[in-house]
Design a protein around this ligand. Sequence first.
Ligand code: HEC
Ligand code: HEC
Ligand code: HEC
Ligand code: HEC
Ligand code: HEC
Length: 157
Amino acid sequence: MKLHFLLFLAVTVSVPAVRAEQPILFPHSTHINKVHLKCIDCHISADTRDAATIPGIRKCMLCHAKVATDKPEIKKLAAIAASGREIPWQRVYGFEKAAAVKFRHGPHARHKVPCATCHGDMPNAITAQPLVKHNMGTCITCHRQNNASDDCATCHY
Ligand code: HEC
Ligand code: HEC
Ligand code: HEC
Ligand code: HEC
Ligand code: HEC
């Protein structure tokens, strides 16, 4: 019990994440509110597997080979696609490797935890930003409130 408390104090003092600069100004809002895509149309395993995944450029080009080709951001996208590379997105969420955290999307989706609880208002966001802070304290608080496990091995390798 005492050990838990000390660890909780130690990790809730986390450094605020820096705003991510992305290579393409990808508007989440347009694709969700105007194109009516669902989160899992792009983050295809967010409801079933450990990683949500970020879509590859081929997915973008399914539409953007024809859609909005005159726009500067789409010209950048087409140039990257033509070079055969992937878009070098900067990751927003994640933990230091040294913390050996095991996060799994699937079990949270099965328990109907909304994406917004952990990622904020993405339907009105442009590129993703760290709108919600995650640390050991926030994970454990919710686990205890929902009778989910707070064993070290649940969240650590
Ligand atoms: C309980 C909190 C929680 C919920 C609910 C959640 N996520 Fe996440 N998500 C995280 C954390 C924590 C990470 C970072 C995990 C890591 O790097 O190990 C993450 C990472 C991601 C990533 C980065 C890529 C990847 O492969 O992981 C995407 C995209 C993502 N989440 C989308 C979603 C979507 C879409 C939903 C809803 C279907 C969702 N998340 C629900 C906490 C959550
Ligand atoms: C299902 C079709 C579809 C897919 C898939 C898609 N988009 Fe789009 N995208 C659109 C539509 C439609 C618009 C709105 C175009 C407009 O306003 O004229 C748009 C708008 C955009 C814009 C804004 C262009 C501007 O400046 O107005 C960017 C940037 C963009 N998409 C990038 C991407 C990227 C990157 C991907 C892949 C991760 C992607 N899109 C996947 C259909 C799609
Ligand atoms: C058209 C495809 C598309 C749709 C639909 C989409 N996303 Fe994304 N998402 C992306 C791309 C591309 C990135 C990488 C660029 C960025 O970080 O903004 C991304 C990044 C993210 C990230 C940051 C992951 C990380 O750690 O770097 C989160 C969280 C996320 N999306 C959540 C959502 C949620 C929640 C929804 C639904 C409300 C959603 N996305 C819908 C394409 C999409
Ligand atoms: C909003 C509440 C909430 C938050 C925040 C949350 N979780 Fe969970 N988590 C749950 C629930 C509910 C379950 C499902 C428990 C079950 O299956 O019995 C779960 C399950 C898990 C599982 C799967 C356990 C298993 O049995 O395989 C892992 C791993 C996990 N969470 C890690 C994390 C980590 C790491 C964080 C912080 C980054 C986090 N969770 C944040 C509610 C949450
Ligand atoms: C519900 C999920 C969860 C549980 C249960 C959990 N942790 Fe953590 N722990 C995390 C997350 C997430 C981080 C990363 C925090 C960050 O980066 O701010 C972390 C970080 C840590 C760190 C800091 C590592 C570093 O190098 O920065 C230690 C040490 C640690 N946990 C030990 C434990 C111990 C011991 C237990 C069991 C008493 C435990 N954790 C239980 C989620 C959890």
